[in-house]
Design a protein around this ligand. Structure first.
Ligand code: GLA
Length: 395
């Protein structure tokens, strides 16, 4: 927390240095990135996910303006972008600003009294690594708009607005998991979310003095991710269309049981059947994971993480050589309960549950073995589960 406040002060200083101090109080918010423990490619199938908000976040500082202009400064990029609230369009020169523009546009369209502001932000969520830096920026912007505009907004509504901004304004067809966990995560807990009803439960994590969440960045940028992601979505929809002939009333793969799928899968083209099998079994694994964590059965949870990776690799085909190497090295290491790729895939990160007593040895081994096998130096982050987006009070 002390470090967070120190960094928040620095962002506030940058704000004043770049735009001048207009005398108003500086408002501060933070919104975290996330790592998904299990439940991959299930959110857009109305399924279940179990992510964690991590202690890496976007921090935003802002002062209100009397006019309807928004002036933005991205500290880490040393770049600015500005616009008027009455005419929010995309900025192709500053694509980072589109996450903020999209959220403000939608808030305005839905009647929230947004105001002009000067805002600066900075973060330590690695970009393009599959840890949801964009969702964090969206949630920080939405919360800041509410703080500056002094209006209340339901947190789940803000999450939906952020997702809609990413889908319709930025143009990325993501599900709701990333924005939801950035908005509603809780310290020391994973969040078990039903992506259809948006009901959620907080699930206590194994004690963090005994176990650590270790995120390993393959440093492979998630190439092709958009087109492959959209293709997977279409294949799942196709599966539902075809299965509906035998299972009338199903709306999404979420509604298909493993037993029913076994009965009718031979009616599907092979690739579509593979995609569906992943989603249906992954939903089941999330439910089992929640049971295992509640029963403090860490070994079983780790086993489910491993099974999830195999399914993503072989059935959903969204892993890549580097992610597989990272997982294989981890699974052979002492004190590792579970390891799997996390996020959309095709690069990005793995998530590992590791006994705290051996975590330093694990990090050293992973760096060395991955470096040798993949020829790339990885980045490793030992993470804590943190609270979702919130206002920061400096005093
Ligand atoms: C990306 C999307 C999420 C989710 C994951 C895969 O992170 O933004 O909505 O679909 O991929 O589980």
């Amino acid at each position: 927390m002390a470090d967070l406040l120190r960094r928040a002060r620095l962002v506030g200083d940058k704000l004043k240095a770049v735009f001048g101090d207009n005398g108003s109080e500086i408002d501060m918010v933070k919104a975290p990135g996330r790592v998904n423990l299990i439940g991959e490619h299930t959110d857009y199938n109305d399924g279940f996910v179990l992510p964690v908000a991590i202690d890496r976040e976007i921090i935003m500082a802002a002062q209100p303006r009397e006019d309807d202009e928004v002036h933005l400064y991205a500290v880490d990029l040393d770049a600015t972008s500005s616009f008027k609230l009455e005419n929010i369009t995309k900025d192709t020169d500053a694509p980072w600003s589109n996450y903020i523009r999209g959220v403000l546009l939608l808030l305005g369209e839905r009647g929230f009294p947004i105001r002009g502001m000067n805002a600066a932000f900075s973060g330590d969520v690695p970009l393009g690594a599959g840890l949801s830096s964009s969702a964090a920026l969206e949630m920080a912007s939405g919360l800041m708009a509410a703080v500056i505009g002094r209006f209340p907004i339901d947190r789940v509504e803000l999450v939906k607005i952020a997702q809609a901004a990413e889908n319709n304004f930025v143009g990325v067809n993501c599900g709701i998991m990333d924005q939801f966990i950035s908005g509603l995560g809780k310290k020391d807990h994973a969040l078990f979310l039903d992506c259809r009803s948006l009901d959620y439960q907080l699930v206590p994590l194994p004690p963090m003095d005994e176990y650590k969440i270790v995120i390993a960045n393959t440093m492979v940028e998630r190439g092709l991710v958009d087109s492959a992601y959209n293709e997977r979505r279409r294949q799942c929809e196709r599966g539902v269309e075809l299965l509906r002939e035998y299972l009338p009333g199903i709306q999404a793969l979420r509604d298909v049981s493993g037993a029913d799928f076994g009965r009718y899968r031979h009616h599907l083209p092979a690739v579509v059947a593979q995609r569906c099998e992943h989603v249906i079994s992954e939903n089941e694994r999330v439910l089992e994971s929640v049971r295992a964590l509640r029963a403090e059965d860490v070994e079983e949870f780790g086993r489910l993480m491993g099974a999830s990776h195999i399914s993503l690799r072989d059935l959903y085909e969204v892993s890549c050589k580097e992610l597989d190497i990272m997982v294989e090295v981890a699974q052979g290491a002492e004190g590792v309960l579970g390891a799997r790729m996390t996020g959309a895939g095709f690069g990005g990160c793995t998530v590992n549950l590791v006994r705290a007593a051996v975590v330093d040895d694990f990090v050293a081994l992973l760096k060395d073995a991955y470096g040798k096998k993949a020829g790339i130096e990885p980045e490793i982050y030992i993470c804590q589960a943190e609270d979702g987006a919130k206002e920061l009070k400096l005093k």
